[in-house]
Design a protein around this ligand. Structure first.
Ligand SMILES: NC(=O)c1ccc[n+]([C@@H]2O[C@H](COP(=O)([O-])OP(=O)(O)OC[C@H]3O[C@@H](n4cnc5c(N)ncnc54)[C@H](OP(=O)(O)O)[C@@H]3O)[C@@H](O)[C@H]2O)c1
Length: 291
């Protein structure tokens, strides 16, 4: 490796840096001594990323605005994707198209590794879940690229488990099926550590869950314990949930049915991945202020 390549390997770009996971990857990289550039779409988002060394303002849906974003960068981490629909663009434009635009820039600039966050069981979910389809189509592009890649497939994040706590605080939690399905949700901090370790070790693919395997019933009881309320659950039969999902897919636009379809598909199967980290959901719940 020549001097330029050695310097380059310590320089990183994070796309999705304003989000739950991306911001924690930035913090982890900084604590490990990396030089970090972040992509934001609005200049005012820079204030929340003061720890970054360089801010690049661009729109992933306008590929020409990304010109030069990877110059001098050794590794690109992308957590870019739609989790809350609010911009009027779809998974195809952002989770697929936005990441393809970044990949083309990475190829042009000679990036040494592209790390991408998809979802656990993405290859199985892609045939029936629009979000998983867009993500896995991007994984196909990534695998076809000459750039070495790390594909990270996490379970649910603690940030999403907060919905159970919010419902418990209001008095009733909806549960799909009998609540016996299991998952091992992971904190953003533990997942960020796993992502950076995976990239540094050159892993091609990495499934990541948290340290505790919990049934949906366990999570609901934890939420009610934290809320200091008597458990009250409204159980939706799996067949009824599937019916609601199917009806929404036929009658509503992607921005409505897309998140519901993803939620239903992960709540009607086990989502357990190899355990990483030490953070427990109970502590996360206890530290979450009431909304
Ligand atoms: N949450 C989970 O349980 C879970 C589980 C498995 C996989 N994942 C995947 O992990 C990734 C990160 O999740 P997260 O919870 O960190 O998501 P998040 O907090 O919603 O962050 C998403 C990032 O993508 C950016 N983004 C979204 N729409 C955009 C658009 N139209 N144009 C430009 N940027 C856009 C956001 O930018 P702004 O801040 O500007 O909106 C943000 O930086 C996602 O791809 C998600 O699908 C999530």
């Amino acid at each position: 490796m020549d001097g330029q390549q050695i310097g380059r390997s310590s320089r990183v770009l994070v796309a999705g840096a304003t989000g739950y996971l991306g911001s924690r990857i930035v913090a982890r990289l900084k604590s490990r001594g990396y030089w970090v550039r972040v992509l934001v779409r609005r200049p005012e988002q820079a204030a929340a990323l003061a720890v970054a060394d360089d801010i690049f303002v661009a729109q992933v849906t306008e590929p020409e605005s990304l010109a030069g974003i990877c110059d001098g960068v050794g590794t690109l981490y992308s957590t870019l994707g739609i989790t809350r629909q609010r911009d009027g663009v779809g998974y195809r434009q952002v989770d697929y198209g936005g990441n393809v635009a970044l990949l083309r820039e990475a190829e042009r600039s000679g990036v040494q590794r592209f790390a991408y966050v998809s979802v656990l069981h993405g290859p199985e979910l892609r045939s029936r879940v629009r979000l998983a389809a867009a993500k896995e189509e991007f994984v196909d592009e990534l695998r076809a690229s000459p750039i070495p890649s790390t594909v990270i497939r996490p379970t649910a994040y603690f940030s999403d488990m907060a919905a159970f706590l919010d419902m418990a605080r209001k008095g009733t939690v909806f549960v799909i099926g009998d609540g016996s399905r299991q998952m091992n949700p992971v904190s953003g901090e533990d997942l960020a550590v796993a992502c950076v370790e995976g990239v540094e070790s050159g892993a091609g693919e990495l499934e990541v869950g948290g340290p505790d395997v919990l049934s949906h019933n366990d999570i609901v009881h934890l939420a009610f314990d934290t809320a200091c309320r008597k458990p009250r659950m409204l159980r939706i039969p799996t067949w009824a949930a599937a019916g609601i999902g199917g009806a929404l897919a036929r009658t509503t636009p992607e921005r409505v049915y897309g998140p519901v379809q993803f939620f239903l598909s992960v709540m009607t199967r086990d989502m357990v991945a190899p355990a990483h980290g030490t953070d427990h959901l109970g502590k996360f719940f206890a530290g979450r202020p009431a909304s």
